[in-house]
Design a binder for this molecule. Sequence first.
Ligand code: NDP
Length: 246
Amino acid sequence: SLSLAGKTALVTGGSRSIGAAIAKKLAADGAAVAITYSASPERAAQVVAQIEAAGGKAIAIEADAGSPEAVRAAVAETVSAFGGIDILVNNAGIAVNAPIEDMRFEDYERMLAVNVTGVFVATQEAVRHMKAGGRIIHIGSSMTRYAAFPTASVYTLTKGAITGFNRSLVRDLGPKGITVNTVHPGPTDTDMNPADGPVAAIVGPGMAIGRYGLPSEIASVVAFLASPDAAFVTGADIVADGGLTA
Ligand code: NDP
């Protein structure tokens, strides 16, 4: 039987790239999956259609991760569509890179809103509905372990915030039977960080396995943490980075 049969999941930022791969993998493992999107409604509809074509269950919800009201509504819609929420994957994230002297305050605020406030609000609202066996999975970054290039200080600030949130949350959620973990991807071939883009030229030589990761290779780690097999794993930072930060 499928490891996530009967479970329901919400993946933020599931219209493209890593989030889309996570949504498809959780659905393939048996979960009913809600994805949120902001700028890419057509891509979100495609992900839903692909999941349905494979025999799975999915819905797409427009919800800017930087809007607390929209994020709360997305959790509520997931619960009303599927009858609950067992798995939350906080994947939506943005990176605006600039040298610290030039970082615009509005870009700082937007990164905090999407990468940190969005994660707090989604987590708080999901936990209010979660039963024992629940799973919270954050998407961090290998940049919290090794800053491979300049201009990403604020992005890394936001991902570092999630690392602290992750650790301390285990004390609140452990007694409820809910686990919380962070997957830290290394360079992964997506729209944000294409394998032939500017970051690749810098980090390429550091990739122990000699290549970028695939979104599906992050999704498989998330799926393990979402599964009943991972019940004893909580508060962990799971690095999937092809050895970049080893
Ligand atoms: P992409 O930019 O390729 O895709 C981002 C996804 O998040 C899209 O589905 C996008 O949806 C969604 N998203 C972005 N902003 C918002 C928002 N405000 N509200 C709702 N959804 C939003 O990113 P990746 O797939 O590469 O990254 C996914 C996560 O992994 C991020 O948290 C990122 O920081 C992290 N990460 C990525 C790495 C990499 O090398 N790729 C390495 C380490 C971490 P839409 O277009 O509909 O707005």
